[in-house]
Design a protein around this ligand. Structure first.
Ligand SMILES: NC(=O)c1ccc[n+]([C@@H]2O[C@H](COP(=O)([O-])OP(=O)(O)OC[C@H]3O[C@@H](n4cnc5c(N)ncnc54)[C@H](O)[C@@H]3O)[C@@H](O)[C@H]2O)c1
Length: 363
């Protein structure tokens, strides 16, 4: 298959591209390599996939020296013309759109980044899909769309009209925009609500990463809502396997869909929404204990109030994923966190990156 993957310098995109390339797909990756977090980690992910730093330039194609089927282009998805030209030339089968401005807390102070990267760029992806006969558009949504919902586990059958951050609102907006294009232009679209993804080459702005860094450097960690939080932590391999399962089966119209009792996850249009989560929430304090075990150090804990935009619990209902793909994430946090911490120790020992650097970035 010939696949455009956006966000391949990012955490999920990097892992997905690797998995697709190893099974023989042809991949064109796009990323603007922005500085939301240390771009060095993004360049290093690309280097791990065989994309040499020194050849990366705006709108210039770089071929991987490691994977025959991988080309990377540093491109801003807000540049509609560049994206349209690429898609017209390449004849992609599928687009997996993962590039976005992520982060709940950052959206409180930097709302504009979400309008540009999550709304304008998504519209450009939809337009590129429309004009280039893309057979399936798969895109990242987020568990944060559940916002004020409290019925657990969170199901794609629930309505999600009460987001509590602009990030969540932008992801819900993506789902609405996708439905419109699926309806008007019959483009099969599948939106994937990821639940707190973690693993090697992860994101330094996320709690598990900040915890590992602070604990390793004997610095205090801030635990919000006094630790009374639960998350459905989902290991990166489970996310990429879920994406591939969904990607291979283009969304179809649902013959039983009833407009008087509309199922929010399906439609008369070729439109689907899935949760991809571990279906097994873990308390934040147990998660921290597991990181302590992997690192071999005790955490110094500073309890804090809940942050604006945060939700206290997440828990994914993955029945639809099971029904349609016979697939369910299953990695334990014991296994997943060990993998992450092993990578963390290796990477930062090599790169001599310090906790102080991380603090500066998240300030
Ligand atoms: N990691 C998680 O826990 C999680 C949870 C739910 C949803 N998601 C979603 O999954 C997707 C991937 O997340 P991630 O964790 O890999 O994040 P990431 O920040 O590591 O990767 C996203 C990449 O997109 C790129 N990007 C942003 N705006 C761009 C633009 N305008 N043009 C081109 N590239 C751009 C960034 O440079 C970055 O490398 C995102 O859509 C995110 O919102 C992630």
């Amino acid at each position: 298959m010939k696949i455009l993957v956006t966000g391949t310098a990012g955490f999920v995109g990097f892992h997905l591209a690797e998995k697709l390339l190893l099974r023989g797909d042809e991949v064109v990756g796009i990323d603007n390599i922005n500085d939301y977090y240390d771009p060095k980690l993004k360049f290093d992910r690309l280097a791990e996939s065989g994309i040499a730093y020194e050849h990366i330039d705006w709108n210039k194609e770089v071929t991987s020296f490691k994977h025959h089927g991988y080309r990377f282009i540093r491109m801003n998805l807000e540049d509609k013309q560049a994206l349209m030209t690429l898609c017209a030339r390449e004849d992609f089968d599928v687009i997996v759109h993962l590039a976005a401005q992520a982060g709940v807390r950052y959206s409180i102070t930097n709302p504009d980044a979400y309008a540009q990267s999550n709304l304008i760029s998504f519209l450009n992806i939809l337009e590129a899909s429309r004009h280039n006969k893309i057979k399936h558009l798969v895109y990242a949504s987020s568990s944060s769309v559940y916002g004020l919902n409290s019925t657990m586990p969170f199901s794609v059958k629930h309505t999600v009209d009460h987001p509590v951050s602009l990030y969540a609102a932008s992801k819900k907006a993506n789902e609405l925009m996708a439905h419109t294009y699926s309806h008007l232009y019959k483009i099969p679209t599948s939106g994937l609500r990821f639940f707190t993804v973690y693993g090697p080459w992860g994101r330094p702005d996320m709690a598990y990463f900040l915890f590992a860094d602070a604990i390793s450097n004997k610095k205090p960690i801030q635990v919000f809502n006094h630790g009374k939080m639960k998350r459905d932590f989902t290991y990166i391999d489970d996310i990429t396997n879920g994406i591939i399962n969904v990607m291979e089966k283009p969304a179809e119209p649902c013959a039983e869909w009833d407009s008087r009792q509309p199922d929010p996850s399906r439609s008369t249009a070729p439109y689907c929404i899935y949760n991809i989560g571990n279906n097994s929430p873990v308390s934040l304090m147990s998660f921290i204990k597991e990181i302590e075990t992997c690192i071999g150090e005790k955490a110094i804990i500073e309890m804090k109030d809940i942050q604006p935009g945060d939700v206290t619990s997440t828990w994914a209902n993955v029945d639809d994923l099971m029904q349609n793909f016979n697939y369910k994430p299953s990695t334990t946090i014991q296994y997943g966190l060990k993998k992450f911490v092993d990578w963390y120790k290796d990477y930062y020992a090599v790169n001599k990156f310090t906790g102080a650097d991380l603090e500066q970035q998240s300030a």
